[in-house]
Design a protein around this ligand. Sequence first.
Ligand code: XMP
Length: 321
Amino acid sequence: DWTTTNVVDEQVELIRNQVGDKQVLCALSGGVDSAVAAALVHKAIGDQLTCVYVDHGLQRAGESEQIEKDFVAAIGIRLEAIDAEEQFLTALAGVTEPEQKRKIVGREFIRTFEATARKVDAERHIEFLVQGTLYPDVVESGGGTGAANIKSHHNVGGLPDDLQFSLIEPLRTLFKDEVRELGLALGLPETMVYRHPFPGPGLSIRIIGEVTRERLDILRAADLIARTELTAAGLDRDIWQFPVVLLADVRSVGVQGDGRTYGHPVVLRPVTSEDAMTADWARLPYDVIERISTRITNEVDEINRVTLDVTSKPPGTIEWE
Ligand code: XMP
């Protein structure tokens, strides 16, 4: 029967048999799936695993540190962290169109990951790539229920033909809540295990307008306040996601102290959902919204107005871009 111990033991055994003495690579995104997959593989084969984290500079406050420090401390994993902020911001300069932002972030990610994979491959000849595919993704792509967690030499997410790995997918029989249980059993920090979903393009699609470092810093400050207050109110698990969106090209007049301000608005977009296909705007308690609003306008100089998005999905999407 299903216990985390059984699943871990079974997977560890499977992975050891598949991998033998070969070397394995895993890309960490900051999300729970890739983290749990990596932790599981690390438990099975230890230092034969190398993890890669591409820091695109579009993460929220503290997220890169969580991967580079907390995760490494908890699991003891070998990590190649790539600081690619400059590269991503240069590629995004002047771009405002949402799909364009997604394409650019995706392209730069693959480029950086590929270069890093080549480097690690040259050092220790990589045979396998770990992916955090879950059961619902397997079903969706017609993969059936097979318990086997390996696919042979598929071309992976845009990597070139001469850089091919066999895939290890240790989560492909599991649902999200099972992955979380496994993560806790493997010693991952709770903040990582219960993290809300966060889009691959990161904060680039939560800045309406051009993405710059200054705007990212403003948004990170506001976002951290919203997340901190949500957690303090004990509401993390009631909310599916809580994007904070910076309307970077909009300014409005305000007054603060003895002065007139002319700052930017942010939008709070807390939603409830089961699967992100549909969503409802979350009825957060007014006192929580008030604390968030007061703190953001007091503590983030460039923001002088906080608004609440009360649109369900459909017709609105969860993200603004
Ligand atoms: P929307 O905005 O379409 O979002 O209601 C549904 C879910 O998907 C996430 N999302 C993305 N995730 N790359 C991702 O990895 C993307 O480009 C992307 N766009 C949206 C969003 O955060 C929500 O959980």
